[in-house]
Write a protein that binds this ligand. Sequence first.
Ligand SMILES: [Zn+2]
Length: 299
Amino acid sequence: MPLPIIASPDYDAPLPLGHRFPMGKFRALADVLQARDLVPEGFARPEPADEGLLCLAHERAYVRRVCETALTPLEERRIGLPVTADVAKRARAAVGGTLLAARLALQQGLACNTAGGSHHAAHAGGAGFCVFNDVAVASLELLAKREVRRVLIIDLDVHQGDGTALILAHEPRAYTFSMHCQANFPSIKPPSDRDIGLARGMGDAQYLEVLEGALPEVFAAARPDLIFYNAGVDVHEADQLGQLCLSDAGLAAREAMVLDFAMAQGVPLASVLGGGYGPDAHAVALRHAILPQLAAKRV
Ligand SMILES: [Zn+2]
């Protein structure tokens, strides 16, 4: 069975010309994965998350305002995207994609969603390009349905996973681990179960050493039967927003380390895309393609 990779045409929502969010990377990533023959049977297609599902992690009134494209200007400004019908559809599809990735990972060991990782979205509002917190919704759904007993969230996006930390703060069955650049957004970092704030400019060797030391500790504390991995590539040296200095080789070593760790523990892993920023969508997509490329060799 090939590695399940989840994608949807809905992941690519039109934005005003020149908008700083790199929406083009979703289409570019799907193209790269197809060109490399990583989806011989096609992408797995998600169902858009419905209101009931979204309300596991979000306030009903907020979910309604998103779905009815009725957010206030302040709410939209915090998100940094115009929340149009297409952007709302995209957010619902991304949540569905992360839930599907989790269920396919539980069946097959590994699965990759090519969207999601919207870790700044909190209970009653979005932020930082994040509308709905896909990993929090999927975690709470799987826990509620008793499809898993405990989950571990490994969030290696360069930004701290503040929304996930807040939503899951009082859920003892979900362990949140965020390793990020301490000087970067968000300025207020509500505590995850484990946070590691790295110094600006850190490169491959130090980064990998810290991660290698942390993984066994968080795993022992979390005792998960599913891992969500936010594989944001905004740790890359060429990233527009990152402030860390991982090379392509360092990024590949990180992805291999996380995959091999999960497999050595015998725990399924579902990855979500996370951040990655720059004017060249294809260049960003190539960084995001490293993880599914390495995962495909391990199924
Ligand atoms: Zn990020």
